[in-house]
Design a protein around this ligand. Structure first.
Ligand code: DP6
Length: 325
């Protein structure tokens, strides 16, 4: 006997960042965050429960996953099994359409797709809010990859109330994310470890206290499609998160000289009339945010920099959905 389902999910880029938890195990965020789904950076996940299997297995892009990644996925599947009253083990596989090791957070798309594929295979039919909360337990940012387009994850404070909703559909605004790749090295401390350190920075309380105000201003600008207002807010928010990272104990330095060069050059491009703003996740690569009409220009300007080895481009993406196997 077996049950299976396959789902696809977009990655997302946060404009107001999630950094630090009030509950590390459940991934209850210290502050609400705001993001855009990335249509062109996707992950497919297939979950196949089988009564004959003795153990869970995980393949990532066709290769057996490292123990730590596999354990994280199997623990997530345990939530699904408990909810469905199912004891069967599963064969799980994920496939991304973007280069591995490009420093693009894959956990958001992976856990959103896994949550939908897992629950569907197990015969559960969750509401979008329940699915988002389930994805959140696997990876906080995955909560925001469940609904469509532009999404807010309200921190909530309990397992049931901490989930993401869409604030605007895909066609609301033709915004682009151009990810300037400056390093493909695997980071030494991933997001999960970083969240656990956030509270050790004296700057984290100031960041968390001021986040709701940035969130509201950013959301209003996003809804008004006002990049000139939104841009400086997302840059400030990213730099505040990195200030917390750099003052954690031990400190986390994700930036390289090429990261800083891109920060500077973005401001000079703007001074020359090109409306583009940066944001940076837990890594050295720089996300350049602009309207689609300026994306070609931004992409060629970024590619011309000696420190940039590649540029990945994406528009606004839809919700996590089931696909035919
Ligand atoms: C810097 O969701 O990757 O990208 O919950 O441990 O998987 P885990 O962390 P994750 O953290 C995302 C951090 C960030 C900012 C953001 O996406 O909001």
């Amino acid at each position: 006997m077996n049950l299976s389902a396959t789902a696809i999910s977009c990655s997302n880029i946060a404009f107001i960042k999630y950094w630090g938890n009030t509950d590390q195990h459940l991934r209850l965020a210290a502050n609400s965050s705001l993001s855009m789904n990335l249509a062109d950076l996707t992950i497919k996940a297939r979950v196949h429960f089988d009564s004959d299997l003795e153990t869970d297995t995980l393949l990532i892009n066709g290769n057996p996953a490292a123990d730590s990644a596999a354990q994280r996925v199997f623990t997530h599947l345990d939530w699904v099994r408990r909810r469905a009253g199912l004891a069967w083990r599963a064969r799980v596989s994920t496939e991304s359409n973007f280069p591995a090791g490009a420093g693009i957070a894959s956990s958001a798309a992976a856990f959103a797709a896994l949550a939908l594929a897992g629950t569907s295979a197990a015969g559960l039919s969750l509401s979008e809010a329940e699915l988002s909360a389930l994805a959140r337990r696997g990876s906080g940012s995955a909560s925001r990859s469940v609904p469509e387009g532009f999404c807010q994850w309200l921190a909530g404070g309990t397992d049931e109330t901490s989930y993401a909703t869409s604030i605007a559909p895909v066609n609301h605004w033709d915004l682009c994310d151009l990810v300037a790749i400056v390093s493909r090295e695997h980071k030494q401390v991933g997001s999960t470890g970083g969240h656990a350190l956030a509270g050790s920075s004296v700057l984290q309380p100031a960041r968390v206290a001021s986040a709701p105000e940035r969130f509201e201003r950013c959301k209003a600008a996003l809804l008004a499609k006002d990049l000139e207002t939104m841009g400086p807010i997302i840059e400030e928010d990213a730099v505040m998160m990195h200030s917390v990272m750099m003052t954690s104990q031990p400190p986390l330095y994700y930036w390289t000289p090429a990261t800083l060069e891109l920060i500077h050059v973005t401001a000079t491009w703007r001074a020359d009339g090109l409306p583009v703003y940066f944001t940076i996740d837990a890594g050295p690569n720089v996300h350049l945010i602009c309207e689609a009409q300026h994306a070609d220009q931004v992409e060629s300007a970024a590619r011309a920099l000696p420190g940039v080895s590649d540029v990945l481009r994406s528009g606004v993406g839809g919700r996590t959905r089931l696909i035919a196997e």
